[in-house]
Design a protein around this ligand. Sequence first.
Ligand SMILES: [Zn+2]
Length: 324
Amino acid sequence: MTPWDTLPKVELHCHLLGVINPALLSRIREEGGPILVPPESLAAVYPVSDLDSFKRWVEILKPYQTARMEAMRPLLAAHVSNLIEQRVVYAEIMLSPTTFPPEPKAFLDAFHRWREWASDLERGRIQVEFILVLPRTLAPELLERDTVNALDLHRAGLVAGVALVGVETGESICRFAGSFERWRDAGLGIEIHAGEHTGPESVWDAIKYGKPHRLGHALSAFEDPALLEHIRSQGIHIEFCLTSNLRTSAVTDISRHPIQTAKKLGISFGLNTDDPGAFDCSLQSEYQTASDNFGFTSEDFTAVFRNALAARFAPRLRHPAHAE
Ligand SMILES: [Zn+2]
């Protein structure tokens, strides 16, 4: 038990694929559910300890990158139940459009079924929303299809936003600019992972071409005061993922994490797990890490809760704890 266990929490940055770990795969297998990777293969790189082992982890889990919703369903069930146990009252979960059949009508029908599963899992204890993720490496010929799919899903109330993800290479995201504009105009929230393993120029690039409401990681932004001022004055929310940053060597030492600077500057930020399965962490352990290393108090966590909730992509709140 930690003093933070009973605080209501919000999580905005967690990949559904990222909840997989060897124990979860073993459990799904024991219960007769579908698994696409033997837990024993994953155990060899568990938990992830640097960027190379993270890349191996992603490689081993490749069958899940093209997995359909039946294989993803037990992951969703385990994740939502885990969030409820941690008193997370609002969560946005990132998932790939490849989880659903490609043909537009089948895509939408399948997503409706997925949403029904999620609503059943909420049990009135949590509000779960979805964010569609697109990789930076997305094949150009798929961009238009995914752009339209995201717009259709949003119109149907099934996704709250889109996220651009994947290991940064330093390449500009300018080819996505037209899609970002259409999504933004339609009211979708925009999140871009940037400045995790590359310099502040990648964060500037993300802002220029994506005009994101939220940035994932944004560590290198803290090397550039003008950029920080832009983020602060525009109210761009930063999704911090402390353990993830340490485990992928995005920061060499937790004491070098810029979360304290963000707090001092009054930048809106939240705490998140990113890939709790890979990094052997939970939102509760992230709170403990912030307390142990940065002296975060209940007041700080209340501010984190409020900021994250205000930065959510879903316009409507359905959970009573949000009023606290
Ligand atoms: Zn991420």
